[in-house]
Design a protein around this ligand. Structure first.
Ligand code: SF4
Length: 211
C-alpha cells in the first residue's frame, strides 16, 4: 500500500519539463524538515492508504502521459519503486522528485524516467543530510536543482558544482519560485552553466500546494 496525500492534474511547474500537462502523485512522509518547506501537509500527514492498482487507475483516468511522483519524499516509501516499474511498463514518462537525502540506487534507469534531485542548501537547515554519492548516479537526462534563498546558498551551490562532476542539467530557482532577478544577475556575472528557472505553477496559481 502507498500512503497518498493527493493525485491531481496540473502544469509541470519546475525544471526541464516545465509547462507540460502532468498528473501528480503526491506521497506523504519525509525525513527532512526544510525551513522553507512548501508541502508541510504532505510531509506530516498520515495520508490515504491506496493500493498500487488504485493509484495506477487514477493516473489512467487523467488521460495524461507525464506522471510526476512527488511528496514529501517519495523514496521514503518502499512501494514507490514498484509504482514506478508499473508505470514504466505501461508507457508513462515519470519524473521523480526527490530531496537528495535518500539513496537513488534502486531507482529504475530508463529513457522514460527523469530523476529530479535537490541539493538542499544551508538556508534549508538540512544541507548536511544530503547523500552526495547520488550525484554520480544522475545522467544527462536527469536534473539537479538548487533552491537559493541568499548569497550563502548561492556560494554553496557553486562549491558543489566545482567539487563534483555533474552530468545532469543544473537548475537554480529562488525560494518562493518567482523573484528571479537577483539570482539571474549573479548567474550571468559568474557565467554559470545552469538554468535559472521560476516555479511556473506559483506564477499561475500562487501558493496552492496541489496545483
Ligand atoms: S525535502 Fe521537500 S517535503 Fe521534505 S521537508 Fe524538505 S521541502 Fe519539505
Amino acid at each position: 500500500m502507498l500512503k497518498v496525500h493527493s493525485i491531481f492534474k496540473s502544469i509541470q511547474g519546475e525544471g526541464l519539463l516545465t509547462g507540460l500537462p502532468t498528473v501528480f502523485v503526491r506521497l506523504v512522509g519525509c525525513p527532512l524538515r526544510c525551513k522553507w518547506c512548501d508541502t508541510v501537509d504532505a510531509r506530516s500527514s498520515a495520508g490515504k492508504k491506496m493500493s498500487i492498482d488504485d493509484v495506477v487507475k487514477e493516473i489512467a483516468d487523467s488521460k495524461l502521459r507525464y506522471v510526476c511522483i512527488t511528496g514529501g519524499e517519495p523514496l521514503a516509501q518502499d512501494e514507490t519503486i514498484t509504482l514506478m516499474n508499473r508505470l514504466m511498463d505501461q508507457g508513462y514518462f515519470i519524473q521523480l522528485e526527490t530531496s537528495g537525502a535518500l539513496n537513488l540506487e534502486e531507482v529504475p534507469c530508463s529513457e522514460n524516467v527523469m530523476i529530479s534531485m535537490d541539493i538542499k542548501c544551508p538556508s534549508s537547515g538540512e544541507h548536511e543530510k544530503m547523500d552526495f554519492s547520488n550525484i554520480e548516479l544522475l545522467s544527462q537526462f536527469d536534473q539537479l536543482k538548487f533552491v537559493i534563498a541568499n548569497n550563502t546558498d548561492y556560494e554553496y551551490a557553486k562549491k558543489i558544482m566545482r567539487d563534483n562532476e555533474i552530468n545532469a542539467s543544473i537548475i537554480m530557482t529562488p525560494v518562493g519560485g518567482i523573484d528571479l532577478k537577483e539570482l539571474a544577475e549573479h548567474v550571468l556575472k559568474d557565467r554559470l552553466q545552469v538554468r535559472v528557472m521560476p516555479q511556473l505553477h506559483k506564477l499561475i496559481w500562487g501558493d496552492e500546494s496541489d496545483r
